[in-house]
Ligand binder design. Structure first.
Ligand code: HAM
Length: 417
């Protein structure tokens, strides 16, 4: 019989990798708390129309990458490819505005895109996203950028670059787009079939087309910042000034437009040289028209989302093992089984990670298990220790052992923790 495996582009997250995942998720939640963002959980399926109207019908995500199906009731549903449109939908549906603005929300969860899988790019990937709904001030753009920076620093990624750009608003963007069209028209035959159409329908999408022949002709393309209206210019200047003031380095990336249609003004990405072709750790920007576009009241917004798999790849390559410092393995001789069992209970009840085998094995084989499973400490309980009411504490990395009174066991580990 054929073996059944994970669908292409998806993966199981197995121990010990799942521990590294938890470590990342915990830091993200910690940072969310530090910045006073509250969690929102939205369904994994949404009406397809949400992404068509929110993300844009000309984007790669909507035209090529959505997992869309009809349910038994004839509704057209889509596995969410991203989290911003669902958060905006929830904001409107539950009238979150009435709780006061701005609303600061975050989420962690799986997203689905039918892309060609490669290192760092999957069909099911996981994002952590932060969204501010109902605030137009440049300080909020800076806040979400600093959340991203804080997360990457706190998980131990220090080599990254913040790329920043502004793509204007509904006032000034039409002039830019006209200019871009005029630039692109002479190159029509060299563009991919999709971009030939996009030149007229949505020329900005040509700027982030992944096709090398399209990329090649963009070197001298006009950049959106040259066409910003006065208000957009002021906004962009203030974002840069505040980032500078807070000592967060960034680079202006004139061609950065991002692959989703909802962006206005600020767009940014954090990229890492430690990743390969898929070097974007996170991306985001302002979306002042999104909520209105999907049927809500005019409400500005700004946010970003990062890929957990990408942060994971970097940490994994450094062999970081984010286990608790104190993990104890109990190795015991058969007669000490009950003593070991009560120690196990006491340690666990006191929040100290501890484990032991329940089958009878030699001390040396139990210590081998402790070693293989990466326990930094072992407690050894043999006949001699039972008799003298002591235990042996073994440091598994140095091999050093000392004998201590049994009554000090719990206190010893509590002091180390
Ligand atoms: P995005 O740039 O499409 O933006 O995705 C955000 C991040 O998710 C990327 O920077 C990348 O780290 C990760 N990512 C995206 N696709 C994949 C994939 N196929 N495999 C692995 N990782 C991936 C958004 O989705 C926007 N909703 C971000 C946003 C929030 N903008 C404003 N608020």
């Amino acid at each position: 019989m054929n073996k059944i495996t994970t669908p292409r582009g998806t993966q199981d997250i197995l121990p010990p990798d799942s521990e590294l995942w938890q470590y990342l998720e915990n830091i993200i939640r910690e940072v969310a708390q530090d910045f006073c963002y509250q969690e929102i959980r939205t369904p994994i399926i949404e009406h397809s129309e949400l992404f068509q109207r929110g993300v844009g019908i000309e984007t790669d995500i909507v035209t090529k990458e959505m997992y869309t199906f009809e349910d038994k009731g004839g509704r057209t549903l889509t596995l969410r490819p991203e989290g911003t449109a669902p958060v905006a939908r929830a904001f409107i549906q539950h009238n979150l505005e009435s709780n006061g603005l701005p609303q600061k929300l975050y989420y962690i969860g799986p997203m689905f895109r039918y892309e060609r899988p490669q290192a760092g790019r999957y069909r099911q990937h996981h994002q952590f996203g932060f969204e501010v709904l109902g605030g137009k001030e440049p300080g909020l753009d800076v806040e979400v950028i600093t959340i991203a920076i804080t997360i990457f620093k706190r998980i131990g990624i220090s080599q990254f670059k913040v790329l920043l750009n502004s793509i204007g608003c509904s006032e000034c963007r039409p002039q830019f787009l006209e200019n871009l069209r005029a630039y692109l028209r002479p190159f029509l035959p060299q563009l991919c079939v999709d971009c030939q159409r996009r030149v007229e329908t949505n020329p900005m999408r040509v700027l982030d087309c992944k096709n090398p022949s399209c990329q090649a002709i963009l070197n001298n393309a006009p950049s959106p910042v040259s066409w910003l209206c006065e208000e957009c210019q002021e906004h962009f200047q203030e974002v840069q000034r505040l980032l500078g003031f807070l000592n967060y380095p960034f680079e202006i990336a004139h061609r950065l437009v991002r692959g989703l249609d909802y962006y206005t003004r600020t767009v940014f990405e954090v990229v890492s040289p430690e990743l390969g072709a898929q070097n974007s750790l996170c991306g985001g920007g302002r979306y002042d028209n999104l909520i209105e576009a999907i049927g809500g009241p005019p409400t500005p917004g700004v946010g970003f989302a990062g890929g957990i798999e990408r942060a994971f790849l970097i940490l994994k390559s450094r062999e970081i093992r984010p286990f608790p410092k104190i993990r104890v393995f109990l190795a015991y001789q058969e007669r000490a089984f009950e003593t070991a069992l009560s120690i196990l209970r006491d340690l666990r009840e006191n929040g100290i990670s501890a484990d032991m085998l329940y089958e009878s094995k030699s001390l040396s084989s139990q210590l081998k298990t402790a070693n293989r499973r990466g326990f930094p400490f072992a407690v050894i309980l043999g006949e001699e220790e039972l008799r003298t009411e002591t235990f042996v504490l073994k440091d598994m990395s140095s091999g050093e052992q000392k004998t201590l009174p049994y009554s000090r066991l719990l206190a010893t580990f509590k002091e180390m923790a």
